[in-house]
Ligand binder design. Structure first.
Ligand code: SF4
Ligand code: SF4
Length: 334
């Protein structure tokens, strides 16, 4: 057997063990399936939420009881220090509901980390949240807020009756605190499609949001991110109910854009679940797929050297990140 034949056989064996997504990107350079660094630690503080949106990939709701405890938060603080991570992104559920939320944010800020919170806006009006907007402002927490459309009927269809009005009211409170106008207090809004289709171009939609929300309510924001709905959780249930699962997966696969691959968020971030389990991203968390390929899969065993260049865990859902303009927690990729 020649050397070239041997290499070909090894490569074929590796390919056979790959899923469709891995086969699609494996040939795009040696680091195709590997992360590069950890510059964002995304921390899921729990699955409880005051809302129960029909597109929620994590299936959060007021009935969920999973919540990150303080000892796990302490391990996250230690890990963030160890890797000197510049950016900590708090998500949920509604992260503000976690009873240790304020203590955790204050500790992260004290350690010098930039903190971002993914808020659903309406939670800021719930009982027990008194003073929360002022707390966020005082600690210069950056906000990323779900606002799936500038039209009331589309928000109501995804998030339930009354959510649009409450979201507008919350943005007004934040605007009064200079969120959206002060560069130290960014307020980023997030759009996601109201059904099984890809988002429109991010920059054009941002102009529409600015015009419509400005004219109707006089509210302002820093920027708009567009996200693709992942075929997971309640959105997947909805696809199944409408018998659209196959069509949607076909759309995602057929829309594969190789230019998105270098920007996949699993290349530079690590996700910590409410119980301390480590994931390549929030979507793998929703699927219960921890980091693998030999990397430590719990925050108590956090080791930057073993995690920084890990091979990430993929599946068909990953085509949601590479379709069209791409999608990530930071919006479109190209
Ligand atoms: S999508 Fe966000 S706001 Fe809606 S239920 Fe899920 S976590 Fe809560
Ligand atoms: S779903 Fe997660 S692991 Fe898959 S490509 Fe997207 S960020 Fe990476």
């Amino acid at each position: 057997m020649t050397g070239l034949n041997a290499i070909w056989i090894v490569e074929r064996r590796q390919e056979v063990g790959m899923n469709d997504f891995e086969r699609e990107i494996a040939g795009m350079g040696a680091d195709g399936l590997y992360s590069r660094k950890i510059d964002t630690l995304q921390v899921n503080l729990g699955l409880r939420c005051n809302q129960q949106c029909n597109h929620c990939h994590i299936e959060a709701s007021p009935q969920r009881e999973e919540m990150m405890e303080w000892p796990t938060m302490r391990l996250v603080l230690e890990a963030a220090k160890k890797v000197d991570v510049p950016f900590v992104d708090l998500t949920g559920g509604a992260p503000e509901i976690n009873p240790y939320f304020r203590r955790f944010v204050a500790a992260l800020r004290q350690e010098g980390h930039t903190v971002q919170v993914r808020t659903n806006l309406t939670v800021l009006l719930e009982p027990g949240m008194e003073g929360m907007p002022e707390f966020l402002m005082k600690h210069q927490v950056r906000l990323v807020a779900s606002m799936p459309c500038y039209l009331e009927e589309n928000v109501r269809a995804q998030r339930g009756a009354g959510t649009y009005e409450k979201s507008i009211a919350a943005i007004k409170i934040l605007n009064e605190l200079r969120y959206g106008s002060d560069s130290e207090l960014p307020l980023t809004l997030v759009y996601n499609p109201g059904g099984p289709f890809l988002p429109p171009p991010q920059s054009a939609l941002e102009q529409d949001y600015r015009r419509e929300l400005g004219q109707r309510f006089g509210i302002i924001f820093s920027r708009l991110l567009t996200l693709t709905n992942m075929p997971l959780g309640r959105f997947r249930n909805e696809l199944n109910r409408q018998e659209q699962q196959e069509n949607y997966m076909r759309l995602l696969r057929n829309s594969f854009n190789p230019k998105t691959v270098s920007g996949l968020m699993c290349r530079n971030q690590l996700s910590v679940g409410w119980d301390g389990t480590l994931y390549d991203c929030d979507f793998n968390l929703a699927l219960g797929l921890p980091v693998n390929h030999g990397a430590p899969d719990h925050i108590r065993n956090f080791n930057p050297e073993d995690l920084r260049l890990r091979r990430f865990v993929t599946g068909d859902h990953c085509f949601g990140c590479t379709a069209g303009s791409g999608s990530s927690c930071g919006g479109a990729l190209v």
